[in-house]
Ligand binder design. Structure first.
Ligand SMILES: [Zn+2]
Length: 434
């Protein structure tokens, strides 16, 4: 009896998924890849994404573009019909992954065999954490490094009545006079590596501030404002109910649940890369800045700027694709006046990242590398937030077949390590920027 009990406990501790038995399963959901060959096929795929097909909306992991194959998931029951529809439009869809549930199974197994990794005796970097735990970690940082770190909450609570917590780091006594860099992580719920890598970076900055020259440089050159989870309601939902949830959880009646927060910002809002259907994953909301989470970011940035331009850097962290995206995302060919520096610093930051674990991140504007999308926080940071430098990181992995949004927890630390090196490099560039 005792042995059985112990076995049960060890499984319960080691297998985080066991407590999420109610989470939607994706058994035999396929990931379809299809390359549109011309503008007409691109339009067919664009409509397929934004308007749905046969009253069903599909989950796109890579949006339609002529530059690389579009990827979306399809349930077993929709599979034949969708493949036929694409073939009828002269496209050649292929099955890239035949069972996306497999990614979660693999990730859970890898999480089980990983030893616990503690960098600072505050955060366990061997696994992905729930929102309450992440918030507790921020409390831990503030308690352990009170002279340079403090935990704050944004002005409004979310639709799910969660506080949006963030950390301020200042080695300048929070005087509000030093230039600042903001990190926005976890705005898309399912991109779990984003909050996890940022927790690693935060932990390392604070823990090694007095012993490591890179951490000291970063903290002595800038104040840092770190939002580990910019979409707490969606993030929690991706843990409890649906691993592939992307939007927030704002309920607007009927089937209208959730807004894509990274389409909701006031930057050419609602013009490109969006769907007017509220069921879509890229629904931008009823108006620019309609969502509490986006309003909170706007208020926070205004508070930091205080009428000036103290906030010089805005780093949005997403997954996946292994890219560093430069503004503007809203329109192909549209660039901020300081684009040349944005590009140079981005390339340098990409090289610094590569030198850690050999992961190549492409650098370029969203429309050049992917597709145009309006209402992003990076564009808004420059256009509406008076921030000079904005970058959007798409973290590991490079492709859907490498797991897409479901990155094994064993990659949290290496992903955090390379991102730390990249941010350090960016900090040098921004510090020396005139
Ligand atoms: Zn994202």
């Amino acid at each position: 009896m005792l042995i059985v009990l112990l076995a049960c406990i060890s499984v319960a501790v080691a297998t985080p998924a066991s407590e999420y038995s109610g989470r939607k399963r994706y058994d035999n959901y396929r990931l379809i890849s299809v390359q549109p060959e011309n503008e007409q096929q691109l339009k067919v795929l664009g409509d397929f994404q934004t308007k749905g097909y046969d009253s069903v909306f599909f989950d796109f992991w890579a949006d339609p573009t002529l530059k690389r194959p579009a990827e979306f998931t399809v349930s077993p029951s929709q599979y034949e019909k969708v493949m036929q529809y694409l073939r009828d439009n002269n496209m050649t869809p292929t099955v890239e992954v035949d069972d996306i549930q497999m990614f979660e199974n693999i990730a859970e197994f890898e999480a089980k065999v990983q030893p616990e990794l503690f960098f600072n005796n505050i955060v366990d970097h061997s696994q992905y954490h729930r929102y309450d735990q992440i918030s507790e970690y921020l409390t831990g940082f503030a308690n352990n490094f009170g002279s340079i770190a403090r935990k704050r909450s944004m002005s409004q609570t979310t639709y799910g009545r969660r506080t949006m917590d963030y950390l301020e780091i200042s080695t300048n006594g929070f005087a509000g006079t030093r230039r600042a860099i903001l990190i926005e992580a976890g705005i898309h719920a399912r991109e779990w590596i984003s909050p996890a890598a940022i927790l690693y970076i935060t932990d390392r900055l604070l823990a090694s501030y007095t012993t490591d020259s890179e951490a000291a440089y970063m903290l002595n050159s800038f104040d840092w404002i770190i939002i580990p989870v910019t979409n707490p309601d969606g993030y929690e939902y991706s843990h409890t109910d649906d691993r592939y949830w992307r939007k927030n959880r704002h309920y607007r009646g009927g089937n209208c649940r959730g807004v894509d927060l990274n389409r909701n910002f006031d930057a050419r809002w609602g013009t490109t890369g969006v769907s007017s259907s509220c069921s879509s994953d890229i629904y931008p909301g009823s108006a620019a800045m309609s969502e509490i989470e986006a309003q909170n970011v706007q208020d926070l940035v205004a508070d930091i700027q205080n009428g000036g331009t103290r906030l010089i850097g805005y780093l949005a962290v997403h997954s996946y694709s292994q890219m560093i995206l430069l503004p503007y995302s809203h329109t192909f060919g549209s660039r901020p006046p300081n684009y040349q520096n944005l590009d140079n610093y981005g390339i340098s930051a990409g090289n610094a990242l590569y030198n850690v674990h050999g992961r190549r991140f492409q650098v370029g504007t969203g429309p050049e590398l992917l597709y145009a999308a309006s209402g992003g926080s990076d564009d808004w940071a420059i256009m509406g937030g008076s921030v000079k430098y904005a970058y959007t990181y798409e973290l590991r992995p490079a492709t859907a077949s490498a797991g897409g949004f479901v990155l094994p927890a064993s990659q949290i630390v290496p992903s955090g390590e390379e991102l730390f090196a990249s941010f350090y490099n960016l900090a040098i560039s921004l510090y020396n920027d005139s």
